[in-house]
Design a protein around this ligand. Structure first.
Ligand code: SF4
Length: 172
């Protein structure tokens, strides 16, 4: 215990303060770019149906954070809906266990076109930490076509709007 204390006193502070102003400015700027792109491509808001396919809950927590009064992603024209029938995009979290594969496919089928799928968090891309587990359905692209991925474990709200911006920049 004393050795750990002594070593940490010797090394000093290794972490550095997060520059809150610059990260919030970056968030605002990206959000505004995203908003104009959404208006240009959709003429209204982008509606997202989120599906938890076996997530640990942390990805959901960040998605919920993106909608809280601090990040307030709704002001940039991104809205979360309860029904796939009202959705433009499907946002999937978690490593997709075998018993969620059919539900995921049906949710996608229930969406009106044009539609696209976004994976959120490393698990949803390729199983992440659960990749070789017996309960994973395997590559999500074999179940639904994936248009974009939001990296992170879990992804920060800034990563969420950044990935949406990249995706909308690509689609017609
Ligand atoms: S990517 Fe990380 S945070 Fe998201 S569901 Fe998987 S383990 Fe949880």
């Amino acid at each position: 215990m004393m050795r750990i204390l002594w070593n940490s006193l010797k090394k000093g502070i290794l972490s550095k303060k997060i520059d809150k102003i610059s990260s919030s400015t970056r968030y605002e700027k990206t959000g505004e770019e995203l908003h104009s792109l959404i208006i240009k491509k959709f003429g209204r808001s982008l509606h997202i149906r989120e599906v938890d396919a076996g997530s640990c809950g942390a990805c959901e927590s960040e998605i919920i954070s993106a909608t809280n009064p601090i990040y307030d992603i709704q002001r940039f024209g991104v809205d979360f809906v309860a029904s796939p029938r009202h959705a433009d995009a499907l946002l999937v979290t978690g490593p997709v266990p075998g018993n969620m594969a059919l539900a995921l496919k049906r949710t996608y089928e229930a969406m009106p076109g044009p539609k696209f799928v976004i994976t959120c968090g490393d698990c949803a891309l390729n199983g992440g930490a659960f990749k070789d587990s017996y309960y994973c359905a395997g590559n999500i692209s074999k179940i639904v076509p994936v248009a974009a991925h939001i990296p992170g474990c879990p992804p920060h709200p800034l990563a969420i709007i950044n990935s949406l911006l990249c995706l909308l920049g690509r689609i017609e």
